[in-house]
Design a binder for this molecule. Structure first.
Ligand code: ATP
Ligand code: MG
Length: 384
């Protein structure tokens, strides 16, 4: 009798031609996440099984692997009904708060001498008699799942929800514009969930903005990196204060934030191209703040030579916050910092920018030279 983990992955992504590619990426991600935890990963009838004595650590590592739909801590047993009973009892004793239960059996090894309903009856009776827990076939508190397979037999009482999505890496890579706020880390995570690897670029304006916003960006990257265990992550740091000062010379008035954002997109697109990324990602959400009206988003977007993905565009702030809490970025994001874009900010920023005005305001700046200089002076932090 041994503890194992049963991992299930989504069927949908396995239907197409990419099946083998997706599965191999999922497997590599799992192996990397389990590195350092003594364990063995085996493929078993459209699922993975992890043999390990370090169950809690393994559950924790697997819970950040996109593509997994559920995770069941289980006990394996020798192929006979007495061993099945012992394993089921042991599992019930290890599982908290079982108010009622039913047993379901999957007997894929048809040579096993008892049929599924007989096994369910036998094991259900044993649990009920020994532990005094009521059976409830219609609305059970726990479903005890018993599997009698050709090579392995196991029993489990829980299906812990996996993160779902696609294995990170199958969609290529994207460049995340990462501020120290709540939204952009969540936007990055949403893209990872769709299989995209991320690198991040942050704009930071010393001496006007203190070190803390850069430290926060690094902490956020570290937290996000756990979701792409098998791939490196870079944080490109662009010192932005001087550029903002130059943009002020254009006398942009109410358009200042639009100009800062447009330059950010141009620089980030260059970083993205250097990193082999196919798109930019921002945490913008329609109507959330003055710079995020449709008119302003159009004016900002026009400066980007690359596709800009905005996974939070239709999210309420409360939706974003609840994801941020689940993925452990919220507590980092709410640490105090000063935002680069609120630097040199007009008192009443434009909410309906017109592209002609924006382009006219930029006329006297050599944008290409400014982008080249910002890239030249940027630095890269490798996230561990
Ligand atoms: P966040 O919570 O992500 O900071 P926000 O609601 O504060 O977003 P804005 O400040 O308007 O909204 O920023 C919109 C998006 O622009 C951010 O989600 C981020 O992708 C990008 N961005 C803003 N400031 C920076 C910065 N200093 N460095 C990198 N990207 C930034
Ligand atoms: Mg912000």
């Amino acid at each position: 009798m041994k503890f194992i983990l049963v991992l299930r992955f989504g069927e949908i992504f396995l239907k197409g031609k990419n099946r083998h590619f997706f599965k191999s990426i999922l497997r590599q991600n799992l192996l990397k996440a389990l590195e350092g935890i003594p364990s063995e990963l085996i493929v078993y009838h459209g699922r993975y099984i992890v043999r390990t004595d370090h169950l809690d650590e393994a559950v924790c590592a697997c819970s950040k692997i996109f593509g997994l739909t559920s995770i069941s801590p289980s006990i394996s047993f020798d192929k006979n009904i007495e061993a099945a009973g012992e394993a089921a009892l042991s599992l019930v004793r290890h599982t908290e708060n079982i108010k009622s239960f039913k047993v379901i059996v999957n007997r894929s090894d048809k040579s096993f001498p008892m049929k599924s309903p007989e096994i369910a009856y036998e094991i259900g009776g044993l649990i009920h008699m020994t532990e005094n827990i009521p059976v409830d076939l219609h609305n059970p508190g726990h479903v005890i799942e018993l599997e009698i397979g050709p090579d392995i037999c196991f029993v489990s009482a829980l299906r812990i929800a996996g993160p779902g999505g696609l294995p990170v890496g199958v969609s290529g890579s994207v460049e995340l514009l990462l501020s120290a706020g709540i939204d952009s880390p969540v936007a990055g995570w949403m893209m990872m969930k769709r299989g995209a690897l991320i690198n991040a670029t942050t704009f930071y304006s010393p001496p006007w903005v203190g070190e803390e916003s850069l430290e926060k960006a690094q902490m956020l990257c570290k937290t996000l990196k756990k979701w792409q265990p098998n791939n490196p992550m870079k944080l490109t740091v662009v010192k932005y204060g001087e550029a903002q000062r130059i943009l002020r010379k254009c006398r942009p008035g109410k358009l200042a934030v639009i100009l800062y954002r447009r330059l950010m997109l141009r620089v980030a697109a260059q970083v993205a191209a250097n990193n082999g990324a196919k798109a930019l990602v921002t945490g913008e959400s329609l109507g959330q703040v003055a710079s995020q009206t449709l008119e302003n988003m159009i004016a900002i977007n026009q400066a980007s030579p690359m596709l800009v993905l905005r996974p939070l565009v239709a999210f309420d702030k409360s939706d974003t916050i609840s994801i941020a809490k689940n993925i452990d970025t919220f507590d980092i994001s709410i640490l105090p910092h000063q935002d680069s874009c609120t630097l040199f900010m007009p008192e009443a920023p434009e909410t309906k920018a017109r592209l002609v005005d924006v382009i006219r305001a930029e006329e006297n700046v050599d944008m290409d030279a400014m982008v080249a200089e910002l890239i030249e002076k940027s630095s890269v932090i490798e996230i561990e």
